[in-house]
Design a protein around this ligand. Structure first.
Ligand SMILES: NC(=O)c1ccc[n+]([C@@H]2O[C@H](COP(=O)([O-])OP(=O)(O)OC[C@H]3O[C@@H](n4cnc5c(N)ncnc54)[C@H](O)[C@@H]3O)[C@@H](O)[C@H]2O)c1
Length: 296
């Protein structure tokens, strides 16, 4: 069965990126947002991102052609005719349950229902439906139009056919797929990356190494383009803290326990580039100008 029509539910950072990639690949996309203002901002971001990629020769269609394939909608009820639904709303189980219940009611019975959740087990989201066999995880990373890979996660109820269609869809966006065969907390990306971030913060917390040396160790010692703390500044320390808190609550595993220093930084509003202060300090133009002091 061929995928032609895609609905992306949620027009925030991830939703707009996923909608853009699907439109660039030629799909007819409906992008649902909470209100007109959110959708307008999403389409503006999509236009400038697609224009940049087109100017660099990375995509064949210009921004106008990409935008022409995205229909913004504020009423999900008009979205009953798609092959794949990708939910990208806020990381809150109740909200995701509400969306999945609506999708189960209005989507064709053959459609795939995917969630882009970072930390909630797919089985818990699918439990709100009576069609867990066609529910799965489709976990993209940010910025979606730039990143060459996504995870596809199955539960014990997901059929081979649904999993295979989701994998084929992600590949059709020009991305490699990480096949996650079990619904483990954190899937693959976060299960490997977050404990390593925790360890990086604990090294700073105990005074074993400086912020700069921790990043340098991972850049020069392991060939990473960026160290874990400079990456955290880009992602947002609050986002990292929330992901760890959710995974620690889910698993009770020590490796996900948010370090006290990270909690203090978030409480102090040191959230990374967006507040000009995280692990590092930034000037108004976004250039790094030093290392931030640690909060009391
Ligand atoms: N930001 C990342 O780097 C990243 C990476 C991978 C996965 N994710 C996951 O993707 C999802 C979305 O993240 P994001 O970064 O795009 O968030 P975002 O804050 O940019 O967007 C969230 C969206 O949810 C909508 N929303 C908020 N409250 C709602 C409600 N009560 N009912 C319905 N919709 C509501 C907002 O209008 C918005 O469209 C989350 O599950 C997150 O864990 C995020």
């Amino acid at each position: 069965m061929q995928t032609e029509r895609v609905v992306v539910v949620g027009a925030g950072l991830m939703g707009q990126g996923i909608a853009q990639c699907a439109a660039q690949a030629g799909y007819a996309v409906k992008l649902w947002g909470m209100n007109e203002g959110e959708l307008e901002r999403a389409l503006q971001n999509t236009a400038s991102s697609a224009a940049r990629l087109h100017a660099k020769g990375k995509i064949k269609d210009d921004a106008q052609a990409v935008l022409a394939r995205i229909e913004p909608v504020v009423d999900l009820e008009g979205c009953g005719d798609a092959d794949i639904y990708i939910e990208t709303v806020v990381e809150d189980l109740e909200v995701k349950h509400r969306i999945f219940r609506t999708l189960q009611r209005l989507a064709p019975p053959t459609a795939i229902l995917a969630s882009n959740t970072s930390t909630i087990p797919i089985g818990k989201i699918a439990a709100a439906t009576n069609c867990p066999e066609r529910c799965l995880g489709m976990h993209f990373t940010s910025p979606v139009p730039m990143m060459p890979v996504a995870e596809v996660i199955r539960t014990s109820a997901t059929t081979d056919a649904a999993f295979g269609r989701a994998v084929a869809f992600v590949r059709s966006l020009g991305k490699e797929v990480i096949h996650v065969q079990k619904d483990v907390p954190g899937f693959v990306f976060n299960r490997i990356n977050l404990p390593s971030n925790v360890e990086a913060i604990r090294l700073v917390e105990t005074g074993a190494a400086s912020v700069e040396d921790v990043d340098k160790a991972m850049r020069l010692g392991f060939g990473r383009p960026m160290g874990p703390l400079e990456t955290a500044d880009m992602v947002g320390l609050d986002t990292g803290f929330n992901a760890l808190t959710a995974l620690y609550a889910e698993t009770g595993e020590e490796k996900f326990r948010p370090p006290e220093l990270l909690r203090r930084k978030v409480q102090a509003g040191q959230l990374g580039r967006k507040t000009a202060c995280g692990w590092y300090l930034y000037d108004a133009a976004g250039a790094r100008i030093g290392v931030a002091s640690l909060p009391d």
